[in-house]
Design a protein around this ligand. Structure first.
Ligand SMILES: [Zn+2]
Ligand SMILES: [Zn+2]
Ligand SMILES: [Zn+2]
Length: 924
């Protein structure tokens, strides 16, 4: 018998089934670079409405990890999808280059050499270090398939950027918002620097918890007796509680809540004052039983009453403060203005000394009796010991609580009043302005607005100085005559000019005159001798200025349309960018802020080296390809914590494979199709093809809309359902007969090809933002004239003309019947009545309404069910009855359909009429 296989139009394509992404991806990326895809896309979109996603700069000190990769991929999906939606969507990647982590790493690398190097030389080493990691990370980001201005990224250490930072600072100086003051700030004695709010992490920490007695000062006895006569002539003390014994030497006052009732209780040889409501628990804590109360005292009566410091000759006055609560302690609060925010504010109100006798490394200075030279945490037991010897320590125990730690070295930090530069939140209404601006920004998820608003409402003034060297110097000078710190707009403007030209290293290399305007004199005393400031700016000010440095580039616009970062940036980059934007332009630098969650393992655990559950992006790329990482990024709900692990990735690989295969079958059926000459006008297509196009159009519309709203998981879900349910399981299946067996140029075959062409062309565009390399590869195998890259194209347009809801409704009904028929055939196949479904003959008994539908599609039914014949019968019942039996026809050796007769002609032996026609047409 003849082999007719060669006469069939079997699918063929160069688009491989096996993706081989590890090899093909780098080639695609190299091709994009060679063709300057980014530059050509900018040119192609010139004049279109812009959409600017402004990149938050990752820190340039390591290889990228999964969280960074996830962030960059999400951004790339946004940038590419906006571009395909027709926007001019430039993307300038950036890096945060200054700051402590690099400085510490470089110091460690330099070792002892460091001591003999100038600051400028150390800065050069830091610059080299950062540049090295910018290059490493850039290659890794590019490997993810991201499009952007990789050749011209923004670096916070670029001279121009350094000048921008200083100019932004100048705007605050012009407004008079900058001041230098002594204030308690979070201070890491390990890193020897002040820490910003965003640089502090709360971790559990065991502190000593001590109860300390302060006896009444003899000088205050008459005063207290006049206010509280019951206490006249009696020994009196107050009991305080603290978890930082080392701050006792800095105690300057004891704070009482004015409205609370306090009691004086006999205990040992004194009458101790504690808050009435706390007395029972204080007795339990210190293990003493107090006698009956001898006097009740209102908190406000204790203002100005003086107590003796338990360790030195100083006196500690009673002060009033609203923040004193009944939550813990004694209701009498140890107050050290040099070591606490509340304490400091109280100190300012009462004119107390802001005593902070602690050096940058955490050592007590010489003014501290008994403990000078000790490190604060080491001083804790010594303070307790000294109190014990003086019988002032009533109790001590260990107490675990949430305590601020340094985000870099993870050591506990202290509160320390030091001389710092601040941007005032309230002097010029920055706080109110910020709260107003926040309400005008669109936050996704919506809770972001409340989160950042709460932070802004309660945050202290912005401490912008750091006692380090790798950063942008604060271009202030100290008057050598009156010791006034001077930071004026003119000084700043001058420094900006120099930095722009020579880089900020000049601050450490050039004589100070280089930075002084001619004839510059101290505004306070007229002095003309100055010393330069050694502090640098908080790096959050650097990255917070990025909108000023970047959005002014040609083609970009201020404010940005979108900032997209992890949810930790509410207190980080979103926050500092907002404040800088308000300082420079009185407006938020972004219209919309979208945040994503963090990456956790398959069980929802944080990734950590100690649990051995980390997965590096490089690993995934090596094993499966960057497209798999990208597809995973698009499939997870990024607003929540996102899970990843081997099982999840295996599912992603499977999903990718299915989608790729569907695309491959579609394109493989187009090998002889030229859309310019072979396409059938949509309105002339048979219903089956219009049904497929209508399903595709509905999916495409949903997908384009989901891109617009950043609902990436629904994109893949929709694409996947289209590919597997509508196409693979139905349309491709029922179209095979037409495509493979009819004459190549027959109208019915061209109709199926037309629909498949529109669909696969659309799928390539729709998946391009998520799977840019696969889409571009597919694109290159599609017929017809088209852009050099799918990324220069746009999302499919004119989808409305493909929509036909009534048609879809009718066909949905038919497909439901098809499922029922398939089930019936399957049962017969099990009983060995039929093998291939084409050997089956189906009789359908249907109620009236369904019968009418079936009648209408009588000729299409064998194709829809993939059977050799369908007989329609009437049925009285409400359900459709399906009967299946074996056809009595003979099998055509070419198309495998069963027909009444096949040809006996030796040249056409075993072939049906339809196949004869097809062979004849091909021959002609
Ligand atoms: Zn530290
Ligand atoms: Zn002066
Ligand atoms: Zn045939």
């Amino acid at each position: 018998m003849a082999d007719w296989k060669d006469t069939l139009n079997l699918p063929r394509t160069g688009f491989p089934m096996k993706a081989n992404l590890q090899t093909s991806e780098p080639q695609t990326i190299a091709r994009w670079e060679a063709m300057d895809l980014y530059g050509r896309l900018r040119a192609a979109r010139e004049g279109a409405p812009t959409f600017v996603l402004h990149d938050g700069p990752p820190y340039a000190n390591g290889r990228i990890h999964l969280g960074t990769a996830f962030n960059k991929i999400l951004k790339d999906i946004v940038v590419r999808s906006r571009s395909m939606a027709g926007y001019d969507a430039p993307y300038v990647p950036g890096w945060d280059c200054h700051g402590l982590p690099i400085e510490l790493l470089v110091d460690r690398e330099l070792g002892p050499k460091r001591r003999d190097m100038t600051v400028a030389a150390c800065r050069q080493a830091c610059r080299k270090y950062a540049a090295k990691f910018v290059d490493i990370m850039r290659e890794e980001f590019k490997r993810l398939g991201g499009i952007g201005d990789w050749a011209r990224p923004y670096l916070t250490m670029d001279y121009g950027y350094q000048a921008t930072i200083v100019r932004a600072l100048g705007r605050f100086a012009e407004a008079g918002s900058i001041y230098k003051g002594k204030k308690p700030v979070h201070w890491c004695i390990h890193c020897r620097t002040a820490l910003a709010e965003a640089e502090v992490e709360y971790e559990d920490h065991a502190s000593p918890s001590i109860y300390v007695e302060f006896p009444l000062s003899p000088d205050s006895e008459p005063e207290l007796a006049s206010r509280v006569p019951e206490l006249a002539g009696k020994p009196v003390s107050v009991l305080i509680w603290t978890t930082t014994p080392w701050t006792i030497p800095s105690n300057m006052a004891i704070a009482f809540q004015p409205g609370f009732m306090y009691g004086a209780y006999p205990s040992g040889d004194t009458n101790v004052i504690v808050a009435e409501d706390l007395a029972p628990q204080v007795q339990r804590a210190v293990g003493r039983t107090f006698g009956s109360v001898v006097a009740r005292i209102e908190g406000r009566q204790l203002e100005g009453i003086r107590f003796r410091h338990p360790l030195c000759g100083r006196e500690s006055p009673g002060v009033l403060a609203d923040y004193v609560t009944l939550e813990q302690g004694t209701g009498a609060v140890h107050t050290a203005p040099g070591h606490g925010s509340d304490d400091f504010n109280t100190g300012v109100r009462y004119g107390l000394d802001v005593y902070a006798p602690v050096g940058p490394g955490g050592h007590f200075d010489d003014t501290v009796e008994l403990f000078s030279g000790l490190r604060v945490f080491d001083a804790n037991p010594r303070v307790e010991e000294a109190l014990q010897t003086r019988h002032r320590l009533w109790h001590r125990e260990s107490f675990t609580h949430s305590y601020p730690h340094c985000w870099r070295c993870h050591n506990p930090v202290i509160f320390l009043a030091t001389s710092q530069w601040f941007i005032s939140m309230d002097r010029n209404g920055l706080r109110a302005q910020a709260l107003d601006a926040v309400s005008k920004v669109s936050w996704v998820p919506a809770w972001g607005e409340e989160r950042i608003a709460n932070m802004l409402a309660s945050r202290p003034d912005w401490c912008i100085s750091r006692q380090r060297y790798w950063g942008v110097p604060i271009p202030a000078v100290d008057c050598l005559r009156c010791h006034e710190a001077i930071l004026t707009p003119t000084l700043i403007a001058r420094a900006a000019e120099v930095f722009e030209r020579e880089g900020a290293d000049a601050w450490y290399e050039q004589p100070i005159e280089h930075f002084l305007p001619p004839g510059f004199a101290c505004p306070s005393c007229g002095g003309q001798q100055f010393e330069r400031e050694r502090d640098i700016l908080d790096v959050w000010f650097d990255s917070g200025s990025s909108h000023e440095a970047v959005l002014g580039r040609p083609g970009l616009t201020w404010p940005a349309d979108l900032y997209l970062e992890g949810s930790d940036q509410y207190r980080g980059w979103f926050h500092s960018s907002l404040l800088v934007g308000l300082g420079t332009r009185g407006q938020a630098p972004y219209r919309q802020v979208v945040t994503h969650g963090f990456v956790v393992d398959e069980h929802g655990r944080k990734m950590s080296k100690s649990v051995c559950n980390t997965i590096e992006p490089q690993e995934i790329i090596e094993q499966s390809g960057a497209e798999i990482l990208r597809l995973w990024s698009a499939m997870v709900d990024f607003r929540e914590e996102v899970r990843v692990g081997p099982e999840i990735l295996a599912r992603v690989v499977e999903a990718y494979r299915k989608l790729r295969n569907t695309c491959r079958i579609l394109v493989a059926n187009l090998y002889d199709f030229d859309p310019a000459t072979d396409a059938v006008p949509v309105e002339q297509l048979p219903e089956i093809d219009r049904y497929a196009l209508a399903r595709y159009a509905a999916a495409a519309t949903r997908i384009v809309d989901a891109y617009e709203r950043y609902e990436f998981p629904s994109i893949f879900h929709t694409l996947n359902a289209l590919a597997t349910v509508d196409l693979s399981a139905f349309y491709i299946d029922v179209s095979k007969d037409r495509l493979y067996t009819l004459a190549p140029a027959s109208a019915a075959r061209r109709a199926a090809q037309t629909a498949m062409y529109h669909i696969v062309d659309g799928i390539a565009r729709l998946m391009a933002p998520i799977l840019p390399m696969t889409a571009d590869e597919l694109w290159s195998h599609l017929p017809g004239r088209r852009e050099d890259s799918v990324h220069l194209a746009t999302f499919p347009g004119h989808l409305e003309r493909l929509v036909d809801n009534e048609l879809v409704e009718r066909w949905t009904e038919l497909i439901k019947l098809r499922d029922q028929v398939n089930a019936a055939i399957e049962a017969k196949r099990k009983d060995k009545v039929v093998g291939n479904s084409l050997a089956a003959r189906v009789t359908l008994g249907a109620p009236k309404a369904t019968a009418a539908l079936l009648e209408r599609y009588r000729d299409d039914l064998p194709m829809v069910f993939i059977v050799s014949g369908v007989t329609l019968a009437e049925s009285a019942g409400p359900d459709v009855a399906v009967a299946v039996d074996r056809t009595d026809g003979v099998r055509c050796e070419r198309c495998w359909r069963y027909v009444p007769v096949v040809s006996a002609d030796p040249k056409r032996l075993g072939v049906c009429d339809r196949c004869e026609d097809a062979l004849q047409a091909a021959h002609d």
